[in-house]
Design a protein around this ligand. Structure first.
Ligand SMILES: NC(=O)c1ccc[n+]([C@@H]2O[C@H](COP(=O)([O-])OP(=O)(O)OC[C@H]3O[C@@H](n4cnc5c(N)ncnc54)[C@H](O)[C@@H]3O)[C@@H](O)[C@H]2O)c1
Length: 403
């Protein structure tokens, strides 16, 4: 395991939990020691809770060996890289791996969105390079996205799929594109969530609709848990690079007011000390009104059904585009990712399975109407349009051009 941070630690635990020995490497002895301590602390929490025996914790920790040089990992069968999400750093690591790893070793990257081909191409063995995308926390979440590069060999892909299963994950194939399949299909949901609030839907209404639908927690309460500042820097960076980038000024304003979520006691909601229950905060309503007013957006009321459909149809449309481009093999893989990675209510069957309950024709008509009203971001997928015209099930859609 290269990188002993949040993901590297969780991935290491995933393997140790299933009896695999792991060598853990980081950039400096200090960071490595911190990473090892975090792993110990995480196991200790489980022991304290009674879900893990002390003896079992000791057994798992004994499988993890911190190491300080690349030479020390040269004989490993598989390397998973989880260093900083910066292309130059990834390239440096893969060049080093290429120099030291034994022939036949498999080289996987846990990148969230970077181009696997660019990473693979710094090595002289791009056929053994693929993406293995874990979700956070890596030792808990089941989704395991296997990302296929242009030069990845079928054997490397198959080995990654099996590796996921060997550590109790649910492996699913993804093509190499920005955000891969799971996150890419989820991004439109996040955007609509922000935009509906500008138009007058309140965070507590959106959250209630989604909890009634079956999610354990609503999306705004989830934002408060992970911290509103997480995506703040990304938005600023994207806005600087692209003048057409659609930012989220209300979220940005909350961050600038120091409302970062649970960690500061205030975010989309407010929190009493020592209590994680979200409390509706009129101050947030004021911010929403003020920012929307500055943007010249008129506030209106939303029905619960409109909220649900705005969030989920945007992702259904993106999922169809992913299939259209051959970046996923089949619609049911996307459902599997949503069920195991995003807390989608299991009894709804998955995003595409759920949408079949409404029917492709109605989904398409609504998306086409929103395309007229809201513009380019709602451009209907061609595949969805064809399905609506000929009739058929979204959940049975197959990826095009997939190799
Ligand atoms: N955090 C998430 O939610 C999440 C989810 C999925 C994927 N990822 C991806 O996982 C990767 C790691 O993310 P993270 O959240 O664990 O980051 P992190 O900052 O917690 O950890 C990165 C670790 O890499 C180490 N590192 C940096 N350069 C190195 C080098 N040259 N050699 C060895 N070690 C080096 C750092 O010291 C640090 O310990 C990123 O590519 C990220 O996009 C993150």
């Amino acid at each position: 395991m290269v990188g002993a941070g949040t993901m590297g630690g969780g991935i290491t635990m995933s393997f140790a939990d299933f009896g695999f020995p792991v060598k853990l490497l980081d950039a400096s002895p200090e960071v490595l020691a911190k990473g090892m301590q975090r792993i110990r602390d995480n196991y200790a929490v489980s022991v304290k809770r009674g879900s893990l025996a002390q003896e079992e914790m000791d057994k798992r920790l004994a499988l993890i060996e911190p190491v300080e040089t690349y030479e020390a990992i040269a004989e490993c069968d598989v390397v998973i890289e989880a260093v900083f999400e910066q292309m130059p750093v990834k390239k440096e690591v893969f060049a080093k791996l290429d120099a030291v790893m034994k022939p036949g070793a498999l080289l996987y990257s846990n990148t969230s969105a970077l181009d696997i081909d660019e990473i693979a191409n710094v090595t002289r063995r791009p056929e053994v390079v693929a993406g293995t995308h874990f979700f956070v926390p890596a030792n808990v979440m089941k989704t395991f996205e296997v990302v296929n590069g242009a030069r990845t060999s079928p054997a490397t892909l198959a080995a990654a799929m099996k590796l996921g299963r060997d550590i109790g994950k649910v492996s699913a194939y993804a093509g190499n594109c920005d955000g891969f399949v799971a996150n890419r299909s989820r991004i439109p949901f996040n955007l609509e969530q922000g935009l509906m609030v500008e138009e007058g839907a309140l965070p507590e209404q959106v959250d209630k609709v989604m909890v009634d639908f079956g999610y354990p927690v609503g999306p705004f309460a989830v934002n408060d848990m992970s911290g509103l500042d997480i995506s703040y820097d990304t938005r600023k960076r994207r806005a600087a690079a692209d003048p057409n980038y659609r930012g989220l000024p209300i979220t940005d304003r909350l961050v600038e007011m120091g409302r970062l979520g649970q960690k500061t006691g205030k975010g989309w909601y407010r929190y009493e000390k020592g209590d994680r229950t979200p409390i509706v905060d009129p101050e947030v309503h004021g911010v929403i009104k003020e920012v929307a007013g500055q943007m010249g957006i008129e506030q209106r009321t939303f029905s619960d059904e409109e909220i649900l459909r705005r969030l989920l149809f945007s992702s259904v449309n993106e999922a169809c585009k992913i299939l259209e481009e051959g970046k996923a093999l089949r619609a049911s893989d996307i459902d599997v990712m949503w069920l195991n990675g995003f807390g989608f209510p299991r009894y709804r069957g998955g995003l595409m399975f759920w949408a079949d309950g409404i029917g492709a024709r109605e989904v398409y008509n609504q998306i086409a109407a929103w395309h007229q009203r809201y513009g380019a971001r709602w451009r209907p997928s061609r595949l969805l349009q064809e399905l609506a015209e000929r009739g058929g099930l979204l959940r049975e859609l197959k990826g095009r051009m997939a190799r």
